[in-house]
Design a protein around this ligand. Structure first.
Ligand SMILES: [Fe+2]
Ligand SMILES: [Fe+2]
Length: 187
């Protein structure tokens, strides 16, 4: 079930955002965050949201536009929001690269860039959970879901498979493990 999967992914993303926030707090206290964890989270977002999560949402929204244009209008342009999210993510990646390369970058700007990303992602997820998913569940017909499913699988994209889900699970598990190790080292 597509919406169930997308919601589950939102919960996973929320966990990663909290971890990123915790690392950022260490950075703010002039400590050394675990950059391996931060980099892993960035890569996860790069692969997972841009290639896996967003395309599915775009397909669902396209159907909602047909079934319930008013509800779709309330959701707004996901494509634009996703695009802005990618830009924010690239700024995060750039800021972290600059810190690691010892380039001149103000701690304040790094903090702003990462905070801005976390905040927008949370707001975006909240909006989708509140406005988008319930509207889609209500308005889409069984045949719409069948069509979306076959659009996702017909391209035989290995990303849309159980194996892909397992890979994402493994990456998340690795991030959690790294975070726990970093946490243990700090104490
Ligand atoms: Fe989205
Ligand atoms: Fe989403």
């Amino acid at each position: 079930m597509i919406i169930e999967r997308l919601s589950r992914e939102h919960r996973n993303v929320e966990v990663l955002l909290s971890i990123l926030e915790r690392e950022l707090e260490i950075f703010d206290r002039s400590g050394r965050p675990d950059y391996e964890v931060i980099r892993a989270i960035i890569s996860y977002f790069e692969v997972y949201t841009e290639i896996y999560h967003h395309p599915q949402e775009d397909l669902v929204l396209a159907k909602l536009e047909i079934r319930d244009p008013a509800a779709a209008k309330k959701v707004g342009s996901l494509a634009l929001e996703h695009q802005k999210g990618s830009q924010r993510l690239r700024r995060v990646a750039g800021a972290i690269d600059a810190v690691l390369a010892d380039r001149e970058i103000l701690r304040d700007s790094v903090d702003n860039i990462i905070r801005d990303f976390i905040e927008h992602e949370r707001r975006h997820i909240m909006m989708e959970d509140r406005d988008f998913f319930p509207a889609a569940l209500k308005a889409l017909e069984p045949q719409d879901w069948t069509e979306i499913n076959s659009a996702l699988t017909s391209c035989e994209d290995p990303l849309f498979s159980d194996a892909a889900e397992e890979t994402f699970d493994a990456v998340r598990a690795l991030i959690l493990q790294l975070e726990q190790e970093a946490e243990a080292e700090r104490h």
